[in-house]
Design a binder for this molecule. Structure first.
Ligand code: UT7
Length: 321
């Protein structure tokens, strides 16, 4: 059978690191509150010369190197972001140009924090139709640009960064590597709980992120547990066969609650929220790259990805590395 195999990962973070103590000097918050409620200790924030496309390009180059693939071999780039460089053209086309692979297909998908899961499922489907042989799937964000730095309930939660994977269509055996199952969902009824209060066709401005965190938290735990169960069921595997869960990194308490609901031991969950905070669409591929490079996620491992974000959108995917 033809499967999309993850052959390389890469990531990139802005130079500047802001600790919780740094934020407490600017706004009415504390390291204690942020750590206790979220697990976040620091985040990377982009300077003026660091953009979504520059971070995405760096992450993509590292993923290509890891896969041993030349940029010229890439026929498809799917980039997930809610903070594009420009309203148009798609940030994916800027990454394509920076990589010097100006043929093939490049476009953005927008599903906020679930963006990487949406991009992965899209690229996987296109690879399996034969439309391209090798793809880059990227999650990249500069959420610091859309934060209201006066709103302590949101600005302490997010960071900037990018993560990328190379996907290659390969003929594999049933128990071989590649994406085994993926499930996506959306429900537009809850826009008011998590949105940006601007946009080209409404206010004509970029706008700022608004979130009712407690309500989002409740939906996240329920939706994630459901979609994880669905994905595991579709793949026909038992929970104890999963080697690693690489979740969207919004809040350490959401990660704990979701793992508990599924009966997954906490040691098998990759956690980077303490170092990166919530980097929206970048968080899953960033966490995956960290765990691949530090030797935790290895060839042959069964890895479960999950995310939930604005829309609401949510999804999960299961892959053998
Ligand atoms: O990635 C997309 C999906 N997003 C998420 O998954 C986020 C989900 N939500 C969350 O992670 C949590 O709800 C938060 C971390 C956002 C908030 O935690 P919480 O335990 O739900 O706190 P809360 O919003 O109920 O606020 C509790 C208290 C409030 O004070 P009062 O009203 O109890 O006196 C807030 O004003 O904490 C106060 N507070 C803060 N205090 C210090 C809110 N933000 C801060 C802050 N520093 N930064």
């Amino acid at each position: 059978m033809i499967r999309s195999v993850l052959t390389g990962t890469g990531s990139a973070l802005p130079r500047q690191v802001f600790t919780n103590a740094d934020l407490a000097e600017r706004i009415d918050t504390s390291d204690e509150w942020i750590v206790e409620r979220t697990g976040i200790r620091q985040r990377h924030l982009a300077e003026e010369d660091e953009t979504t496309s520059s971070l995405a390009t760096e992450a993509a180059r590292r993923a290509l190197d890891a896969a041993g693939v030349e940029a010229s071999e890439i026929g498809l780039i799917v980039l997930a972001t809610a903070t594009p460089d420009h309203t148009f053209p798609a940030t994916a086309t800027q990454v394509q140009h920076a990589l010097g692979c100006n043929s093939g297909v490049a476009f953005d998908v927008q599903a906020v924090c679930s963006g990487f899961l949406y991009a992965l499922a899209t690229a996987d489907s296109l690879l399996r139709t034969g439309m391209a042989k090798k793809a880059l799937v990227i999650g990249a964000e500069t959420f610091s640009r859309i934060l209201d730095w006066e709103d302590r309930t949101t600005c302490v939660l997010f960071g900037d960064g990018a993560g990328a994977v190379v996907l290659e269509a390969r003929e594999v055996a049933e128990d071989g590597p590649g994406i085994i199952a993926s499930k996506l969902h959306a429900d537009g009824a809850h826009k008011e709980l998590l949105y940006v209060d601007g946009g080209p066709s409404t206010t004509g401005t970029v706008g700022k992120l608004r979130m009712r965190g407690r309500e989002v938290f409740r939906h996240a735990v329920v939706n994630l547990a459901e979609v994880l169960r669905e994905t595991i069921e579709e793949a026909g595997i038992a929970v104890d066969q999963i080697d690693w869960v690489v979740p969207h990194q919004a809040n350490a308490r959401i990660l704990d609650a979701t793992a508990r609901k599924l009966g997954l031991p906490a040691e098998r969950v990759v956690v980077t929220v303490d170092r990166h905070a919530n980097t929206s669409a970048a968080s899953v591929p960033l966490a995956l790259d960290v765990a691949v490079r530090d030797g935790r996620v290895k060839e042959g491992d069964l890895v479960l990805f999950e995310a939930m974000g604005g829309g609401f959108t949510w999804g999960a995917a299961l892959a053998r590395m």
